[in-house]
Design a binder for this molecule. Sequence first.
Ligand SMILES: [Zn+2]
Length: 264
Amino acid sequence: MAAPRLIRTEGVVLRRHDLGEVDRIVTLYTRHLGKVRAVAKGIRRPTSKLGGHLELFTHSQILLARGRHLDVITQAETISSFMGLRDDLWRASHAYYVAEVLDRLTVEREENQALFSLLVTTLERVAVARRPDQAVRLYEVQALDLLGYRPELRVCVQCREPLAPDRMTFSPTAGGVLCARCGDPRASEMLLTPNALKVLRLYQDGDWLTISRLRIDDALARQIEEVIAVYLRHVAENGFKSSEFVAVLRASPSVPNAAAGRPA
Ligand SMILES: [Zn+2]
């Protein structure tokens, strides 16, 4: 049976670029089709009915028509535009990173409804949470899980023995934590403190309420960020531009709210 010509679904805009005089190519992560690149024809005309409904990070109901090369977005209606991201550069930088991670880790037209839900929930949290960085860490660990890259954090990934708190290391290539006997101190593995492992396990459990109440100091937050970043880089095979952007913002005294944990 041929695929239907018209598909109604929900999508979040991950990326956009202009095409010709008035069109735009939009990369969406959709509930029913996974990642899709589609043309929004005439969207840059002031009279376009699509205008405003396909802004970056906007969650919209969309109607897609199958095209010969690219699909065409024929209708779009905003469900949520996550207002908290719109006038806050610190929060927006985290949203850029969330979108980029998803774009880099996924291929087109592979449905993953759980991942779509995680994306929407994460943008809601990044828009309002006291610590958007923690919402992003939770997202990274959960997204890795949903894409089949769940790191082993409960036992040694090599010998499967329970982990003792002495000299544990995280190995991106092995995909988890190594015990003192299995870890190679000369290799690229990263030392992991018992507290960092505890928090990583909480991210893996996915309990946002508990996580959002944690008091994580900057040093611990950096250690966890680094471990996840190295593993993500290993999975995606190179760096993410927008995580560097977050780091630049954090180092910049002129950007308000750019402390590691945004002040309440
Ligand atoms: Zn071991």
